[in-house]
Design a protein around this ligand. Sequence first.
Ligand code: COS
Length: 386
Amino acid sequence: MALDTETFDLLKSTLQRFVRERLVPREDEVAETNTIPEDIRAEMRELGLFGLSIPEEFGGLGLDMEEEVNLAFELGRTSPAFRSLLGTNNGIGSQGLIMDGTEAQKQHYLPKLASGEMIASFALTEAEAGSDARSLRTSAKRDGDGFILNGTKRYITNAPHAGLFTVFARTEDPDNPEGSITAFLVEAGTPGLSIGSVDKKMGQQGSLTSDVVFEDCRVPASAVLGEKTGQGFRTAMKVLDRGRLHISAVCVGAAERLIADSLDYAMERKQFGQPIAEFQLVQAMLADSRAEAFAARCMVLETARAKDRAEVVTTDAACCKMYASEMVGRVADRAVQIHGGAGYMSEYAIERFYRDVRLFRIYEGTTQIQQLVIARNMIKQRKSEL
Ligand code: COS
């Protein structure tokens, strides 16, 4: 544990209260305005929520993975858009820097990310490079003591708010005619970097994504993450291993919220003269959802503990992401079913969550990519034993 039990419990109960009393009542407003209100952002900053996983020496709380997923369970209990605003600073936006950045890069950026003064974004995906991330085409050509970036990144979470982008681009490599992938730290406002219009999405309103366009965008050599070219793909994969575990925890939280709402509804709603919760077919849906959410919770906690023991968790993080994101999809579907006609109406949060959770099976690696990662690692492991 990075924090002593008492301090962590206090942090967790503060977060639970914040979610329940401050975030849940504002969910509809966020969905309607497609914005996280400024007063909520300010409270998030005050609570230190932007720096949960950033080391203490850089102004964060330095939580270990088990602590982080425990808090992500709580954050998952409200609209994913709230978590998304903090998610990139704690996860994919900062972790590349924490894992592979130079001391100077960490000193320069991490305190700003930890305080929430600066939002970080992870710019990997392109129109022709989604699941096949390694085929990305954004180029970074050497130009004297710097690089010139050209290309377009797609669906980049928090891009419209971001002050810092970790951009993955192809650099020349004498050993590889295709070039190799390098990560760059590029600040918003750098000439040649522009942000596209905000994407219109199925759900998760309030979490903004857009294109990020590089047109002859010049960055100094010191912008290369870790000041080492050709390391970008490994960095991206390591960041995603961790990100997948975090997202799995958010899925568990969302499932628990959907189950709680469904149970309350089922106990209140009467048909055939009694609460529908008394009917065994409704009970079966509640029980299946409860058992599946519990299984995902256990998987996530176990994998987070293994990560804290410095074990390689690529396979298990992919198992968690696959199972938890599919699980919350099933739970959301049952939640709509339990609510009946009301579940299809926007008056209840269920309809919104149903759309919101659909993304979990897609981003940070689709279910099919997780299957591929799991099976490939199983085969690799077995081959090494033969
Ligand atoms: N940790 C560290 N290194 C890793 C790694 C991991 N989890 N996974 C792969 N690598 C390394 C490999 O060791 C290999 O290194 P060498 O070239 O030195 O041998 C290199 O990265 C390439 O790996 P691999 O051959 O597995 O790459 P592929 O292109 O075949 O595919 C997948 C990798 C499909 C797993 C990857 O492209 C992927 O995760 N795609 C989904 C991308 C994604 O999640 N996008 C979401 C957008 S971000 S929100």
